[in-house]
Design a protein around this ligand. Sequence first.
Ligand SMILES: [Zn+2]
Ligand SMILES: [Zn+2]
Length: 337
Amino acid sequence: MRTFFVILLFVQLSVPAHAAQGLDVYCIDVEGGQATLFVTPAGKAMLVDTGWAGFNGRDADRIATVAKAAGVTRLDYLLVTHYHLDHVGGVPQLAERLPVGTYVDHGRSVETDPEAAELFHAYLRVRDRASHLIVRAGDRIPVEGMEVRVVASTGQGITRPLTGAGDPNPLCASTKSREVDPSENAQSIGILIEFGKFRMIDLGDLTWNKELQLVCPSNLLGRVDVYLATHHGLDESNSPAIVHALRPRVAVINNGSNKGGSPEALQTIRTSPSLEDIWQLHYAQDAGKENNAPEPFIVNVDQESSVSWIKLEAQADGQFTVTNSRNGKTKTYLPRP
Ligand SMILES: [Zn+2]
Ligand SMILES: [Zn+2]
């Protein structure tokens, strides 16, 4: 009996006071950029990208507001997928609002024009004040409370299948490569997040040919529950060969009113074999009503926008719930049979 009480006391002490049961993910609206905040049950936080620079720190303010509401006072990791304005631009402003433990990136920028160089150096000035980790395909990012596997970086993808993956992909035969993309998009860090049986993928702005490396001729990634649509749901990414191989149940599109959420990409996602719902940060003005998700699944339905997000709450058994901060619309997806 005494042993039992000692064990009970130990278990109670091991659980932090505000421990959540699941993994919380906030897809924060930064008007067609990326800012995705992961908060683990161990109380650790990782932010992927910081939105745009400028606008009086608009995107950094939005991220800080969501972080505060989530009880996050420090970012243990800030992952920069690549050095484009809508991803790395907000880093200096955000660093003034939230302390960062470790910056994670792919190393040097491949873009050297004066504007890109200035953006990269503004990032380096902030990054060099904290610890820094360069990651490559196959690496793990050690965030306590979830598994984060790097599946792409600097244009190189993983070369061996993840556990349970590796099936031949019949869509490769009908999918043609495109022109080489020399931009930072092709350098994007892509990550696969696992929390128990729950799987989610975020490939940054990875473009067509680099996506294909991951799923052709065989699918090295396996299936996911949630697909954060690559490159804001633009047609330069999101080939059927990758989207349909991933078999997502839910896709989240981090688009703006006039950026991302392209008709062809939305059609590819919607026709993916296991897809149940698409959730969007904005109504995509150019995609037409037939390609946009139904209104309750869209956070910003007109061009006027406010601080808002799509929240995912995942459980270790694979169940997850998605919530739209505008209208409180919420839906729970039970574990796959
Ligand atoms: Zn982007
Ligand atoms: Zn980009």
